[in-house]
Design a protein around this ligand. Structure first.
Ligand code: EPU
Length: 292
């Protein structure tokens, strides 16, 4: 394997919000041995590494010209590796799309992840932010995570040794890491039952979230005891437009690019909403979307 290197990469092509300038390069890790080459590259060039995933939780707002986007290339399908009591254990590469993982779970008749239906992005990205919906998050189904760090190389870390929180993840005490593979445990059911539960999740999502629009998912985390969507709605931001951006008329916590939106407009709208909610309700909203 050899590290893939492409120069001058537009972030608007690689993010679901379709915004952002040109990054210095994109580095594709095709196998574990490429991490050594990646490490050498990062020492040689003055770039900031950033694992891009599918760019579905990302707002590229600042100067990204020194950014090295890292892409993990993974096999197209997960692989069953064993059993642990009732649980079927399988592995997926960090670069596999989460919807593809769910499709495999459906075909294999494995239950436990149906609530995650409709979440875009990669397996690695979903772990890195402990993505979740409808009562299930990655923390509940992940058994081990294979991470790379410049100091330790590649190693498995048990889920119990990781810190999992609401939309947060950290493998032990390591703060700078890249996820390469993830091991899951799910229980056996039937494809029909799994499909029905996935369809029910998708129906709920379609009814309440703008899943076809250009968004990066929810903009703000839900503050303790509150719903960010409800606070934004009550503060008058549902459907509020600013240039080519708006808070969705369907769900106030989704910021949409309606076609020609810029990252600057997105940031201005986010800050205006944050200020108004703080003023009216004395609640500080924290972004869930990663702003770089
Ligand atoms: N609400 C409003 N106005 C709105 C939007 C919501 O009044 O414009 C109210 C709803 O009526 C409801 C409450 O706010 O009473 C909560 O809304 P919802 O059920 O849509 O859930 P949420 O808290 O906004 C969370 C996650 C979603 C996840 C859904 C379903 C966060 C920030 N959001 O949304 O996750 O899909 O629950 O489980 O945790 C994401 O993380 O990107 C995301 C979309």
């Amino acid at each position: 394997m050899a590290l893939g290197i492409r120069r001058h990469i537009s972030l608007s092509d690689l993010t679901t919000l379709r915004m952002g300038g040109e990054a210095a390069c994109e580095l594709t890790v095709r196998g574990e041995t490429d991490f050594d080459e990646l490490s050498d590259f990062l020492m040689r060039e003055t770039v900031r590494p950033f694992v891009i995933g599918k760019g579905s939780n990302l707002l590229a707002a600042g100067d990204v010209s020194d950014l090295a986007l890292v892409r993990i290339e993974s096999p197209a399908s997960p692989e069953q590796v064993g059993r642990d009591g009732e649980a079927v254990i399988f592995r997926a590469g960090a670069g596999l799309r989460l919807p593809a993982l769910l499709g495999w779970a459906f075909k294999s008749g494995l239950t436990g992840m149906e609530g995650l239906s409709g979440i875009p992005g990669t397996v690695g990205g979903a772990v890195a932010m402990n993505a979740g919906s409808y009562g299930i998050d990655m923390a509940q189904v992940v058994r081990r995570v294979r991470v790379w760090t410049p100091t330790e190389g590649v190693e498995w870390i048990d889920s119990a040794d990781c810190s999992w929180g609401y939309r947060s993840f950290c493998p032990g005490r390591i703060s700078r890491f890249m996820i390469h593979e993830v091991e899951f445990g799910l229980t056996e059911s039937t494809p029909e039952k799994v499909k029905a539960a996935m369809n029910a999740t998708m129906d709920k999502k379609k009814a309440g979230q703008p899943i076809a629009a250009w968004t990066a998912g929810c903009v703000f985390k839900n503050p303790e005891g509150h719903s960010a969507g409800r606070l934004l709605d009550q503060a008058g931001f549902k459907g509020r437009e600013h240039g080519g951006c708006r808070f969705s008329p369907m769900h106030a916590n989704f910021l949409e690019n309606t076609g020609e939106g810029t990252a600057r407009e997105a940031v201005e709208l986010i800050e205006a909403a944050r200020e108004e909610v703080a003023k009216r309700f004395e609640v500080k909203l924290e972004t869930e979307v990663i702003i770089i």
